[in-house]
Design a protein around this ligand. Sequence first.
Ligand SMILES: [Zn+2]
Length: 139
Amino acid sequence: MQTRRVSEKSRLVTLLLALFVGIFGVHRFYAGRVASGILYLCTEGLFGIGVLVDIILIATGSFYDGHGLPILNWDETPKPIITTQSQPFPQRPQRVQTPQPTQKAQYQSNEPTIYCPECGSINDSETVYCSTCGLALRR
Ligand SMILES: [Zn+2]
């Protein structure tokens, strides 16, 4: 059993190349027929006759690529995409973050006041010594 293999080249691309730049043999270069492509390039597509014949052959699906496979598919056969696990980007050294001013404000809101055990006055949490009696509130 042998499945009929067809060229992976696009018939549409081949046809368009033959139509517009066929005299330079571009469609033959595209199809992988480099030798005849050069011949077309030198002879302006076999004096235009070769190009005309090629256009008919391509349109009727009788044009073959460099491997001898018929160019039949109008779309290019998608090649299997090999998904390689991409390497993670090298970690950049983290920038030393400058302390945010909001952190202090949050700290203050958590401990708003210090109660003085000596005189009973309420002091700001930032206060080291009691504003009333001068007791050391912090060690
Ligand atoms: Zn006090």
